[in-house]
Ligand binder design. Sequence first.
Ligand code: MF3
Ligand code: CO
Length: 259
Amino acid sequence: MPEVITIKSGREIEMMRAAAKITAGARSIGRQAIRSGITTKEIDRAVHEYIVKNGGKPSCLGYEGFPAATCISVNDEVIHGIPGKRIVHNGDIVSVDLCVTWKGYVGDCAGTYACGEVSEEARRLMETARKAFFEGIKFAKVGYRIYDISEAVQHCVESEGFSVVRDFVGHGIGRGMHEPPEVPNYRPAHGAGARGNPRLVKGMTICVEPMICAGDYAVRILPDGWTVVTVDHSLAAHYENTILITDGEPEILTMADDI
Ligand code: MF3
Ligand code: CO
C-alpha cells in the first residue's frame, strides 16, 4: 500500500470509475435488500453476488481477516459490523459499507438506511450524515486543504446537535483501500501542519465518510474484534463516497441515482 498520496493518471481514473460504478451498484443492492426479517448475512450475500456477477472482487473479504464482503452495522453499531444471524426489524437503521476491487483499483462507499418506519431522530441522523458529506465536498477542490472538508462536515453535524466519531476517519484510495491522506470528520486541534493537512490536488481520489452519533462520539470495539459501537448506545449513521479531485467540482465516483 502506498505511503504517499497518489495522483491518478487518466488511465487510472478510468479504472477508478469502473471500480466505483460496481461499488455504487452494490450499495444499491444492499439498500434494496433491507426489510424486516432479513438477516445481515442475507444482505451481505445479495451484495456479494452482485459484486462477483459484475466482475469485481469484494475487497473487504479477507482484509485483515474480515470474514465478509460487506460491513453491516445496525442502530448503535457505527461501522465494521460483521454480517451474521442478526435479524433486521422494522424501526432499525442499517449501515451498509463495502469496497470493490476491479483490475487492481478500489471503490468504497457506505450509507445508512431505514427498515420500515424509524424514529424522527433516526431519520434526521441519517439525513445529517448524508448532508454532511455534501457540505464537506464543497471544499473538495483545488485551493483547499483536507481539513477544510473536515471542518465543514463537523460544523454540519454539530449544528444538528449530533456528534462526529474521532477514532475513525476517511482516507485516500486507489490501488489500496486505505491510502494517505487521512480525512477526519472534525478539525484536529493540533498537528494541523502541511503533512496532516495536505492541499487538494487534481487527480487525488479520497473517501469522505461522516460517521456520526446521536449522542456522544465515544466508541468501543466489541469482543468480535471488529464491530464499532457507541459507548452510550446512541444511534449512529454513516455516509461515504469515493470522490475525485478535478479542476472544478469534485466527481462523486460512487454516486448512484437512488442514494
Ligand atoms: N469502508 C470500510 C473502511 O474503510 C471497509 C472496511 S473493510 C473491513 O474501513 F474489512 F475492514 F471491514
Ligand atoms: Co472507507
